[in-house]
Design a protein around this ligand. Structure first.
Ligand code: PLP
Length: 401
């Protein structure tokens, strides 16, 4: 396993990062995932693939996304900066790995991509990439999230994707993953599972992290050019952990840069079932085919979770995060629902940027942290997505003046 020279952390040959991650045992799925893994390894040195991906990033997504110094938020403490992944086509970082995954599916001769979605951002990004590259797309989404994130459901349908409502259990992200995986198993020959984060068995954590690492590489170079140095802290929200791995990767070797992943504290971390602070409150176990910290009930089954942000209420977290936590290279903090809603409003009203509720967790932490420092301290936040999808929910739940 490698952790060095600003490279990705790569797993060992069995898909493990320390004790986390792993490969699937299921015989048929094992074969299908090995095909994807082999394909993924081959595209890393495939110049045509890389050229096509680069052109799409530049001219379709609109990369590089800018870094913005939020001067209005930086009046009474540290300086806060945003890596503007919300400005990408489709409105979040998810398009970075979706284009990679769909290009790979096409190269492998697949006819269709299938995935889960929570907030709908991964679903929209995948439906977009599939429309562009002419593949069928099927998205599984919990009924609770369908109601909450309905603008994204409409976008997926308009883009030609089939949206499958999942009503089992809590009707949120975990059940959507279960449902998408079991449908995928029916026909892994023609279909590629295009997971939405750095979770699942090998090769997904490494592969999604690879496609997302463009965020950190750009951010590091831009920050050095614009502000002549490195930030003191880099902050990102953590659901499964893809936007966080995307920005952290490039800074892993810069030990002077503090890296902070912000987990959803929901209604309070003292309330079992009402938060999704996986790393800070989970136990190690096997979830969806990979070992990670996950929230468990008394029987060791995935426990109930909650977050105001649909994209964060998953009981598990990517294996790289678990590993980086144990290595003490990344700190994991918590922001709760109320703090997140306030941060959503603060960014909207002070900087004219409406953030996704997921990203608002990282903003909430940054606002709290900035007060502890002077203006010679610099905090870079990954603004992972825009909040258009969340405006109805916020209007229903916050009393605006
Ligand atoms: C805008 C945005 N940020 C963050 C996340 C959380 O995912 P991850 O932790 O994989 O970045 C989501 C998930 O839907 C999202 O839509």
């Amino acid at each position: 396993m490698k952790l060095g020279l600003n490279q990705l952390i790569t797993p060992d040959e069995n898909g493990y990062f320390g004790q986390f991650g792993g490969k699937i045992d299921h015989p048929e799925l094992k074969k299908a995932l090995q095909e994807i893994e082999d394909g993924f390894h081959s595209i890393q040195s495939d110049e045509n693939f890389q050229k096509e991906l680069r052109e799409l990033r530049d001219n379709y997504v609109g990369r590089p996304s800018p870094i913005y110094h939020a001067k209005n938020l930086s009046q009474n403490g540290a300086n806060i900066y945003f890596k503007r992944e919300d400005l990408n086509h489709t409105g979040s970082h998810k398009i970075n790995h979706c284009l990679g995954e769909v290009l790979l599916a096409k190269k492998l001769g697949k006819k269709k991509v299938i995935a889960e979605t929570g907030a709908g951002q991964h679903g929209v990004a995948l439906a977009t990439a599939a429309a562009l590259l002419n593949l069928e797309c099927e998205i599984h989404m919990g009924v609770v999230d369908i109601k909450k994130e309905h603008p994204n459901v409409s976008r997926m349908r308009i883009l030609g994707a089939k949206v499958v409502p999942v009503s089992e259990g809590a009707g949120t992200l975990k059940e959507a993953v279960d449902s998408a995986f079991s449908t995928y198993l029916e026909n892994p020959q023609d279909v590629m599972f295009a997971i939405g984060s750095v979770v699942g068995p090998a090769p997904y954590p490494e592969m999604v992290s690879y496609f997302e690492s463009i965020v950190g590489h750009e951010a590091k170079e831009q920050f050095q050019n614009q502000f002549s140095g490195l930030p003191n802290e880099v902050v990102a929200c953590v659901g499964g952990g893809s936007n966080a791995m995307g920005i952290f990767n490039a800074f892993l070797d810069d030990q002077q840069v503090k890296l902070v992943g912000v987990e959803p504290g929901g209604e309070g971390i003292d309330k079992p079932g009402r938060h999704a602070a996986t790393i800070t409150h989970g136990k190690v176990g096997l979830l969806h085919g990979f070992y990670c910290y996950f929230i468990q009930d008394e029987k060791g089954e995935p426990g109930a979770v909650h977050s105001v942000a649909s994209g964060l209420d998953y009981p598990g977290v990517g294996p790289q995060h678990c590993y980086l936590h144990d290595l003490k290279r990344v700190d994991y903090a918590v922001a709760d629902d109320d703090e997140c809603m306030q941060a959503f409003l603060t960014l909207s009203r002070k900087e004219g940027i409406i953030p996704a509720l997921e990203s608002s967790h990282a903003i909430a932490y940054a606002l709290r942290e900035a007060k502890k420092h002077d203006n010679d301290y610099h905090i870079l936040v990954n603004l992972s997505g825009r909040g258009d999808k969340d405006i109805d929910y916020v209007l229903e739940h916050l009393e605006l003046e």
